[in-house]
Design a protein around this ligand. Structure first.
Ligand SMILES: [Fe+2]
Length: 259
């Protein structure tokens, strides 16, 4: 199974005539073009949050318009910029988007690796993340439903420190991550955790499971050290799963965006 992971697109509305937002739309289009050119196509594309800049309906409409060009199934988890209601409403018609109005939490059973979307949002307006007892109980129950199948969890806030970031810890409470680790370590089928939010790549381990973040697709929001000639090239990652060897991840550079 091949998963393409994109994150932190921070899109504006279709009519945002600001150059910044035109570049971000083209950043996402460059990723979609690259993903669609792959042979074989990824089995799934996951977006680990901050699809939009302000969580506005017009921004979600723009995002959906762009994402319609994808030739692979698409799944998303909310970022702090999006808000959970914005994501739930924008993708309400998608079969996978099962939400009871409280959290965006769902599992996708259609692939070799089971995908579990985890809502890591904190209080409304709070950029940092949180795992409340309700969400942790839901995760525990969801993982207990299918204990034998390799499972990847994807969320916005990375549940580990990213020491190169100005603020390395993405959660409101440090205990939130320990609580998550306690749930994950009960379910050995969890083989990988994918996150966004930091706009830079990092890898770590939580509850005995490999976890990682990806650079932002938005090139004008990307952090980290890159050669100057890469400045206009959006980045995303491919995660290839093999039943014997687990996940191997690859970073993809797309064509330059020349707006
Ligand atoms: Fe972001």
């Amino acid at each position: 199974m091949i998963i393409a992971q994109i994150a932190d697109t921070h899109l504006g509305a279709t009519d945002a005539d600001d150059l910044t937002f035109r570049v971000r739309a083209e950043n996402l289009q460059a990723c979609i073009t690259d993903i669609n050119s792959l042979n074989p196509l990824p089995d799934a594309v996951i977006h680990t949050g901050d699809l939009t800049q302000h969580g506005q309906p017009a921004e979600f409409a723009h995002a959906r318009e762009l994402l319609a060009a994808l030739n692979a199934p698409f799944y998303i988890t909310p970022g702090n910029r999006d808000g959970r209601d914005g994501i739930a409403e924008a993708f309400a018609k998608e079969e996978y988007m099962k939400t009871d109005g409280s959290f965006v939490h769902y599992a996708v059973e259609a692939h070799l690796v089971r995908l579990v979307a985890m809502d890591s949002l904190g209080e409304p307006g709070e950029p940092k993340g949180e795992f409340c007892p309700d969400r942790l109980a839901r995760l525990d129950a969801t993982l207990a439903e299918v204990p034998q199948k390799p499972t990847a969890i994807f969320m916005h806030h990375p549940p580990f420190d990213v020491p190169t970031a100005p603020d390395p810890f993405a959660y409101q409470r440090r205990e939130a991550v320990a609580d998550l680790a306690a749930v994950i370590s009960k379910h050995p089928q969890v083989v990988r955790i994918f996150a966004g939010h930091m706009h830079r790549p990092w890898t770590a381990e939580i509850g005995g499971v490999a976890a990682s973040t990806v650079p932002s697709v938005a090139t004008n929001l990307r952090y980290g050290e890159y050669p100057d000639e890469m400045a206009e090239q959006p980045i995303y990652q491919l995660h290839r799963f093999d039943s014997d060897f687990g996940f191997a991840s690859e970073t993809r550079l797309t064509e330059k965006v020349s707006t």
